[in-house]
Write a protein that binds this ligand. Structure first.
Ligand SMILES: Cc1ncc(COP(=O)(O)O)c(C=O)c1O
Length: 404
């Protein structure tokens, strides 16, 4: 490791709260699908800021939109009408069946808003004491107290934050009877991810998804879909729920929405939107001019350049390449999973060693649940980059012993 890197690590230790298990890499520049470290070494980026920079890094077209809007109007408060917000709302609503949108600043904030909207709709529109939110094991919904409680994971993520808010139930993934048993007279909504990203790239089986929709309809409860990671063309449709032919009552977006600027959105039916009234929910920064203008341009580019189709095509290509490696290293790769370019390679050998080996070969990806290589590259990545990644993985696997 270089002296420059050591210096940055030391500097950070004296300045920042110690919340991140950082990768041993300091990024000084990013361009397209490539990252550059402090010494100018190039890395292929299969992480994209964890499914954020879907259109690639440092785009001139987005920088121009950003600069133009910043010279005109950066912030004026949500006390005022603002056109960039409406332009974005029109474009986003045209991609789905939702009727209304609320803009905020992050994934957790969007999910927090979705939970609040579900409860308020039940209390103020339906006049029913329905407040419980049911979520699935291994889900990830964010780190505010409510979204943390909704998250179906244990460990440091939840440890030490008691008391957590009431009104959340988590049930085992894939078991519709467990879900049915959890629904009661106080249930407001079932909240799901179509593909669990942090949970190890697990797509919801389609019959299970259909059962969840039926359960919601039979019991007149709301279906909330967390599309923070899956949304914006990542999985091969504009929204992942569109693979399943379902219409959620509420769904959320964030990560790729403004290609790296902080933005979130809660999208919902016109009916459920009645739950919010002036003063019931708000944000200082949400839907600001600059992020809205950039996000509107992101939607335009994604549609014009058919990013959903591209994600589907490249995801299929990655699957074939990974399965070829699986045939070559049957004891080390257990399988592949995912949708589009939210792609997972399940390892049956030493996951951290593979991840480290890839980084040494200048390939950046994520290791979920200790054994799933999660690939969420910019959707603009080329097939040749995927081939290069698989060649690097092949040579890393060659050097590792067969698991006992
Ligand atoms: C599915 C899902 N929901 C919510 C979040 C939280 O988003 P944020 O970190 O922007 O609060 C994430 C972040 O990884 C996520 O993957």
């Amino acid at each position: 490791m270089s002296n420059k890197f050591d210096a940055i690590v030391k500097r950070e230790q004296s300045l920042l709260c110690n919340t991140y298990g950082r990768y041993p890499l300091a990024v000084s520049k990013a361009q397209g699908c490539r990252l550059y470290d402090l010494d100018g070494e190039e890395y292929l980026d299969f992480l994209a800021g964890i499914a954020v920079c879907s259109l690639g890094h440092s785009r001139v077209d987005l920088a121009e939109v950003m600069a133009e809007q910043a010279k005109k109007l950066v912030h004026v408060s949500n006390l005022f009408y603002q056109e960039p917000q409406l332009d974005l709302a029109e474009k986003l609503l045209a991609t789905c069946a939702a009727g209304k949108v609320f803009f905020c600043n992050s994934g957790a904030e969007a999910n927090e808003g979705a939970i609040k909207l579900a409860r308020r709709y039940m209390h103020r529109v339906r006049n029913e004491d329905r407040h419980e939110i049911i979520t699935l094991e291994k889900s990830f919904h964010g780190r505010t107290l409510s979204t943390l409680t909704a998250t179906g994971q244990t460990g440091p993520i939840k440890d030490g934050y008691d008391p957590l808010p009431e009104g959340f139930i988590t049930v085992p993934f894939g078991n519709v009877n467990a879900l049915r048993g959890a629904v009661n007279a106080h249930t407001a909504a079932i909240m799901i991810e179509m593909v669990q990203g942090e949970g190890g790239v697990r797509p919801l089986p389609s019959d299970y998804a259909a059962d969840i929709v039926a359960l919601c309809r039979e019991n007149s409860i709301l279906l909330i879909v967390d599309e923070v990671q899956t949304g914006m063309c990542r999985t091969g449709r504009f929204w992942a729920h569109q693979h399943y032919g379902m219409v959620p009552d509420i769904f959320t977006s964030a990560k790729a929405l403004a290609n790296g600027l902080p933005m979130g959105a809660v999208l919902c039916s016109d009916e459920v939107a009645r739950g919010f009234t002036p003063g019931s929910h708000a944000t200082t920064f949400g839907g600001g001019g600059v992020v809205s203008a950039v996000a509107a341009k992101v939607v335009d580019i994604m549609l014009e350049e058919k990013m959903a189709e591209r994600a589907l095509d490249l995801g299929a290509f990655a699957r074939v390449e990974a399965q070829r490696l699986m045939t070559k290293h049957p004891g080390k790769i257990a399988g592949t999973r995912g949708l589009g370019l939210l792609f997972g390679i399940e390892l049956s050998c030493d996951g951290p060693a593979v991840w480290k080996g890839l980084l040494a070969k200048r390939m950046v990806c994520n290791l979920a649940q200790g054994r799933i290589l999660r690939l969420v590259p910019p959707l603009t990545i080329e097939k040749a980059d995927i081939t290069a990644f698989m060649a690097a993985l092949d040579s890393v696997l060659e050097t590792l012993p067969e698991p006992a």
